[in-house]
Design a protein around this ligand. Sequence first.
Ligand code: GDP
Length: 365
Amino acid sequence: ALTAGIVGLPNVGKSTLFNAITQAGAESANYPFCTIDPNVGIVEVPDHRLDKLTELVNPKKTIPTAFEFTDIAGIVKGASKGEGLGNQFLSHIRQVDAICHVVRCFQDDNITHVSGTVDPIADIETINLELILADLETVSKRLQRVEKLARQKDKEAVIEFDILAKLRDAFEEEKPARSVSFTDEQQKYVKGLHLLTSKPVLYVANVGEDELLEAENNPNVQKVREFAAEERAEVIVISAKVESEIAELDGEEKEEFLEELGIPESGLDQLIKATYTLLGLATYFTAGEQEVRAWTFTKGIKAPQAAGIIHTDFERGFIRAETVSYSDLVETGSMSGAREKGKVRLEGKEYLVKDGDVIHFRFNV
Ligand code: GDP
């Protein structure tokens, strides 16, 4: 399963946020694929479509889909040189598929900032630089090996050399690998390098609990937004402290509290949705009388693979995917209504599953 790592300097609010994630806690019994690890928090993906489907179908139970956040502690300046938990930290980042980078935007004189002042851009750059230096080392090692062969005009080595040199140049300018453009073919090779700075990133601006409503006027948030815009990265504004309070509430209580705060959606819910998209994930639904359920798939997969997410037998014996889009189903009001209107398609093995598809798989046992 894909996971997003929570990263940030000490004292920025990572643990507070991660506690909110585990507090909000999904029932892991529903998600046997999930890891049981104290550094991993399972979150359910908020999705209003699931409520609507439940209303239409009136099933015995409704199960949202879920994914994992991994808490990655321990980065300090010099990590790429093995400072602090340096190497361990980097190897943990290597294992995640996307990065949520928490940045301190709150002022609190009682809480020390590692470098003395609250300066979100310096913080971001400190971490990014450690990752870039680690990647520079990876690429330099490779270059040494490839260079000789490239000089002997080994065709493959020449191609590799060009890519590696381009990456090295970017790293020397302190730019991440994701900022370098490559052809699709080159991109495949780059993927094989498992670089830390190739991973997609979003920034989490952690503001004070009393600043949540006016967060956009917070100069630190504005700086983070400007920085992120250049990378075309998303920014989610939260107050980790508030989130840890919200996470203790359920259903109605949560709604009331959000209303009191004057915000339509909790920061954590926004973060979950944005991270899901960042990971390249999307949702299809199954809607039976027993159970209405959301399933996570990686964008770009075909119907049999999507069936395999429910059960390997579904993939092996796949015949057809009876499919209706969520919006067509809601418009026609029921499965039979959708069928009458010709909105239910019989899709085959080559069908690319779309976000919001409601699917009934037909298979041989
Ligand atoms: P970590 O080292 O990044 O995991 O940071 P922690 O989550 O342990 O937070 C460090 C300190 O900052 C703790 O005392 C938190 O209570 C505090 N903190 C975190 N978020 C906020 C916030 O939004 N407002 C204030 N005032 N304090 C916060």
